[in-house]
Design a protein around this ligand. Structure first.
Ligand code: NAD
Ligand code: ZN
Length: 372
C-alpha cells in the first residue's frame, strides 16, 4: 500500500491520506476505525456499482460490527444534479442517518462529487471518505475536496469545498472498468504530465499499450504519480485562489464541449478535446513552444481519445457555455495554458491568461476568418 498525504496548509486538521493498493476495499473496517470512526456509514454509489461493489462492502462492514446502508442513484453524468442530491438527502433523513454518521462515496467522479456535496450539506456537514472506482476518480476527482452538481446553466455551478477524511484507491476494481472509461481517466493523467512533469508525460507516450491493457506495473505508476501531482497542487492551494487553476488546463473548452454535447461526450474525452484546442491556442499566443500541441494530440491518439469538437457543435454555443463557466470573468475568457510539456505559464497576474473571444473563435474554427 502506498500512502500519499495531502497536507492542507490552511487547515492542518483537514489533512488526509490517500491510500493506493490492492484488495483495500476487502478490509476497510480497520481503516475507517482509524481515519473516520462513525456510528453508521451511508454508502452512496451508482446503479452500476451497487450490486458488484456496494453490497459486498456493506456486508463486510456489518460483519465487522459497523452499521452501514447503501444509497444508490442512477449512473451517468446527467444524474449529477440537485434532484439527485435532494433525493439522497431525503432518503438518508428517512433512514434517520444522524450527525454521528459518515458518508462513503463509492464510485466514479459523479458519485464522488454528489456524495461529497451530500456530506458537505447533510445536517450542516458530516465527514466522508472517498472510495474512487474509476481511473479518473482515483487520480483526480477524489482528491482536493471539490464537491457539487451540474445545473442547466453549466457544470459544477453549485457545490462546496469539503475535504474527505481519507481516500482509498483499490486498484483491483479497475478490472471491471470499461476501456472507454479507462481512456477518459488517462486524459487527466496527460493533463498532469503537461502541467507538472515532462518525464511522466514521456511515460504516458511510451507505455500507452501497457496502460490500455491495464498492466499492473504501468497502472500502479500512473495512479501513484498522478495522485502525487494532484495532491501537491491541491495542498498548496486548497481553495483554488491561485496555483490550483493550472489543473483547469483543457477544461475551459472541455467543460463547454461536455455541456453542449448534453453529456454524450465523457468528461475525460471532453478534456482531451479541450487540451488539443487549448494547446493550439497557447501556441497561437506564442505562450507555448512550437510542437507542444502536436505532442499532446499524439499522446491522446495513442489512447484512442478524441481531439476534435463533435460535428454539429455550434461555435456560438461553445462560446456561450464558456462565458457561463465560473472561471470566466467579464470581457475575455481565461485559460490555464502550457509553456511547454511539464511547465505551465504563469505571471504576476496569476496562472490564467485572458483571451479575447475572437482569438478563441479562430482556434475553435480555423479559417472562419475572424482573425484578431
Ligand atoms: N471534484 C473534482 O475535483 C473533479 C475533478 C475531475 C472530474 N470531476 C468530475 O468527475 C466526473 C467524471 O468522473 P468519471 O469519469 O469517474 O465518471 P462517472 O462517475 O460517471 O463514472 C464513469 C462510468 O464508469 C462506471 N464505473 C466507475 N467505476 C467502475 C468500475 N470499477 N467498474 C465498472 N464500471 C465503473 C460508472 O458507473 C459510470 O457509468 C465529472 O462529473 C467531472 O466533472 C470532478
Ligand atoms: Zn477534469
Amino acid at each position: 500500500v502506498v500512502t500519499i498525504r495531502v497536507p492542507i496548509v490552511e487547515h492542518r486538521d483537514a489533512s488526509y491520506d490517500i491510500l493506493i493498493g490492492r484488495g483495500l476495499l476487502g478490509d476497510l473496517a480497520p481503516l475507517l476505525g482509524r481515519h473516520c470512526a462513525a456510528a453508521a456509514y451511508a454508502v452512496i454509489t451508482d446503479s452500476h456499482l451497487a450490486a458488484p461493489y456496494a453490497a459486498p462492502l456493506v456486508a463486510r462492514l456489518r460483519e465487522a460490527g459497523l452499521a452501514a446502508e447503501v444509497f444508490a442513484f442512477a449512473a451517468g453524468e446527467w444524474n449529477k444534479t440537485r434532484e439527485t442530491w435532494a433525493a439522497l438527502c431525503d432518503r438518508m433523513l428517512a433512514h434517520h442517518v444522524g450527525r454521528d454518521a459518515a458518508v462513503l462515496a463509492l464510485g466514479g467522479g459523479v458519485v464522488g462529487d454528489v456524495a461529497g456535496f451530500v456530506a458537505a450539506t447533510y445536517l450542516r456537514g458530516i465527514p466522508y471518505v472517498q472510495l474512487p472506482t474509476s481511473l479518473l476518480a482515483m487520480i483526480d476527482s477524489s482528491i482536493g475536496g471539490k464537491t457539487g452538481v451540474d445545473v442547466p446553466a453549466g457544470k459544477n455551478l453549485l457545490g462546496a469545498f469539503h475535504q474527505p477524511r481519507l481516500v482509498v484507491a483499490d486498484l483491483d476494481v479497475l478490472a471491471t472498468l470499461p476501456a472507454t472509461q479507462l481512456a477518459a481517466g488517462v486524459a487527466e493523467a496527460v493533463k498532469h504530465g503537461v502541467i507538472a512533469d515532462a518525464r511522466y508525460f514521456e511515460f504516458l507516450e511510451s507505455e500507452h499499450s501497457a496502460i490500455r491493457q491495464k498492466d499492473p506495473v504501468a497502472i500502479e505508476r500512473l495512479v501513484g504519480r498522478s495522485v502525487e501531482l494532484k495532491a501537491d497542487v491541491v495542498a498548496r492551494d486548497e481553495r483554488e485562489s491561485g496555483l490550483r487553476a493550472v489543473l483547469n488546463f483543457g477544461h475551459t473548452i472541455g467543460h463547454a464541449v461536455e455541456a453542449t454535447s448534453k453529456f454524450e461526450v465523457l468528461h475525460g474525452e471532453a478534456v482531451a478535446i479541450g487540451m488539443a484546442y487549448e494547446a493550439r491556442l497557447a501556441e497561437r499566443l506564442e505562450i507555448a513552444e512550437p510542437g507542444t500541441a502536436t505532442r499532446i494530440t499524439r499522446v491522446l491518439d495513442g489512447f484512442g481519445l478524441p481531439q476534435h469538437i463533435p460535428s454539429g457543435t455550434g461555435i456560438d454555443d461553445l462560446l456561450a457555455a464558456m462565458r457561463h463557466d465560473k472561471k470566466a470573468r467579464s470581457g475575455a475568457i481565461r485559460f490555464a495554458l502550457p509553456r511547454r510539456i511539464g511547465v505551465m505559464y504563469g505571471n504576476a497576474g496569476g496562472w490564467t491568461e485572458p483571451v479575447s473571444e475572437a482569438v478563441v473563435r479562430e482556434v475553435l474554427a480555423p479559417g472562419t476568418g475572424s482573425a484578431a
